[in-house]
Ligand binder design. Structure first.
Ligand SMILES: Nc1nc2c(ncn2[C@@H]2O[C@H](COP(=O)(O)OP(=O)(O)OP(=O)(O)O)[C@@H](O)[C@H]2O)c(=O)[nH]1
Ligand SMILES: [Mg+2]
Length: 223
């Protein structure tokens, strides 16, 4: 995908003054709740993407995430306010992933991250995609994000080129959108969440059905 394919964010106004944890569902009247989950190998940059989007901050000394956490962001789009539940997952390798299945099932959008400068994280991406596909509810959106795009060309031997990642999606996962982003330089971070919101809106009827399925599944699965 070239850059012109990204959705324009002209109408995307982030509400000023809305912070992180101390916002509760009733604080702002909103039209819909959208659950967005980030998964991927340890250290690929999941939390940094969230921090950049939610609070416009980037910290190179960020600590590994030890427990899953829901970050709340209200966004205004058109005349409506939407609540985004952005779920950061704890630092864990794919093989030990468990217990978060419920979060995957409840997600409208699953953002599957790898680090473009760290080939092993791309080698694992198929496992994460399959997890999202197998556990996620049909109809949820999957976006693959190549993180740390500002580091392109700094370590060519260990790098995943944009064309390799794009080809991977085109050939194996046609319905997955690929975006390269940098939390550090704030490149295409907002696009990930804007795209999720737009997808949600354009599939709202399907998502109402999806919601019923999610609730039905949640009530009959033990964790
Ligand atoms: N250059 C650069 N470094 C980044 C970027 N995003 C994250 N990093 C660095 O990569 C490291 C890991 O970032 P995190 O955001 O903690 O990654 P994570 O996937 O949440 O990691 P875990 O919680 O440990 O699984 C940190 O040192 C970040 O500063 C980016 O866009 N550019
Ligand atoms: Mg983290």
């Amino acid at each position: 995908m070239n850059d012109t394919n990204h959705i324009k964010s002209d109408n995307f106004n982030v509400l000023p003054g809305v912070g992180l944890q101390d916002i509760y569902e009733d604080d702002l009247p909103h039209n819909n709740v959208i659950n967005i989950l980030l998964i991927g190998d340890p250290g690929v940059g999941k939390s940094s993407l969230i921090s950049r989007f939610v609070s416009d901050e980037y910290n190179s000394d960020i600590t590994p995430t030890t427990a899953s956490k829901t970050n709340i962001k209200y966004v205004k789009y058109g005349d409506m306010v939407y609540k985004l539940n952005i779920i950061d997952t704890r630092r864990i390798n794919y093989d030990r992933y468990g217990g978060e299945y419920k979060q995957i099932q409840k997600s409208h959008c699953i953002v599957i991250c790898f680090d473009i400068t760290h080939k092993p994280s791309f080698d694992d991406i198929r496992k994460w995609i399959n997890l999202a596909s197998n556990v996620g509810t049909t109809g949820s959106l999957r976006i693959m994000v190549g993180c740390k795009s500002d580091m392109r060309s700094t370590n060519p031997e260990n790098e995943i080129s944009k064309s390799t990642a794009q080809k991977f999606c085109d050939e194996a996962y046609k319905d997955i959108l690929y975006i390269e982003a940098s939390a550090k330089e704030d490149i295409f971070v907002k696009d990930i969440f804007l795209y999720s919101l737009k997808y949600f809106l354009s599939n709202k009827n399907e998502f109402d059905v999806l919601q019923e399925k999610i609730e039905a599944r949640s009530s009959c699965i033990l964790y």
